[in-house]
Design a protein around this ligand. Sequence first.
Ligand SMILES: Cc1cc2nc3c(=O)[nH]c(=O)nc-3n(C[C@H](O)[C@H](O)[C@H](O)COP(=O)(O)OP(=O)(O)OC[C@H]3O[C@@H](n4cnc5c(N)ncnc54)[C@H](O)[C@@H]3O)c2cc1C
Length: 378
Amino acid sequence: MIVQAASEIAKDFRPEYWREKDKNQVFPEDFWKALVDAGFVGAVIPEQYGGGGMGMFEMILAMETLTSESCGLAGTWFLCLTSVFGGLSLTKHGNEAQKEKYLPQIAKGMDFCLALTEPDAGTNTLNTQTVAAKRGDDYVVNGRKTFISGADRAKGMVLVTRTTPLEKAPKRTLGLSLFLVDLPNPAIEVTPIEKHGIHYSKTCDVFISDLRLSKENLLGEEDKGWYLILDTLNPERMSFSAASGGIGLLAIKTAVEYAKQRRVFGVPIGSYQALQFPMAEAKAKIEASRLLNYQAAWLYDKGQPCGAEANMAKVVAVEAGTQAVYHAMQTFGGYGYAVEYDVERWWREVNLIRLAPVTHQMALAFIGEHVLGLPKSY
Ligand SMILES: Cc1cc2nc3c(=O)[nH]c(=O)nc-3n(C[C@H](O)[C@H](O)[C@H](O)COP(=O)(O)OP(=O)(O)OC[C@H]3O[C@@H](n4cnc5c(N)ncnc54)[C@H](O)[C@@H]3O)c2cc1C
């Protein structure tokens, strides 16, 4: 039923719709409304707060379908920002008052974002420099975040800060805290960054000066933010694995249709093994990555450790998705470079997934250390 419902939505948002939104850098309001109306935005929110009471497994099915049928990365992107960053983080770690305040609004389409990455910390989240300093019962936050997707529109933000300096923390992984912040806020300046693709959604620099927060803004326990954020980062990885495989399937489907028609030496170009085999190989790898990703989501929904599966699925999905779009573009020849054929847009989108939400190298480092038991490589 989820796949069917997502498929119905995808029929109304064909590649030409996304081509136009990407070109004109316009947010897809009607697509967002369709996701809200179909209940996808609130899917992972418990029913008592107006959501669908489903899990990451169902969310992955929706993301894959939307992405692979016609929407490209957009089919995953917006659900990840709001449903995973907002809905899932609050469902897992919010107190009753926070859940009542935010979850019903999120299910109705209140945009959320996650402010984790910093210019000086990069991949090393434990080196977070944004400080939430205690002032009596309150906190004053100062710092800078970068690459925060959707911060320009979001009405809520999960903000990652340091509440205990790294050198004073009893353990490196202690001392980070998460806060819920209402946006827009006069203490927060949001500036979009010009980027390579996904022009229908902005990714921003965020400057925070003397932002006053209270204990009510704290999401989960103080200083335990590192452990809490993993419950959001693993589903984020699963979402982007769904996106990578989904974009790959979309590109293959489109290239196969083209390859059946296009003749240059008297036969359809799809009969050449040079074009056929790489796409066949990518298809096989994408299907394998989907199963691994389902396993990660299933474990997550059962409350079991899923870091190994989430990172392994991401590694395979990214390689397979990138391979698929690369060879789809090759199949289109010169037309693959023309905006009209969409493959160049999917190429720009799929390449993000090697870099974010976790870089390919860091996902491999996780597998090396935590799955293979090798010494930490950094
Ligand atoms: C379009 C876009 C949207 C984004 N949206 C968000 C968002 O909404 N919220 C958010 O918080 N962040 C977001 N990000 C940030 C993204 O998660 C980071 O860019 C990513 O985690 C990498 O961090 P960095 O860019 O600082 O790279 P760096 O940490 O500087 O890494 C640079 C390179 O060095 C490699 N490297 C670093 N350390 C090691 C190591 N120990 N071993 C091997 N290789 C290593 C990396 O793999 C990478 O290739 C977004 C990024 C982009 C581009």
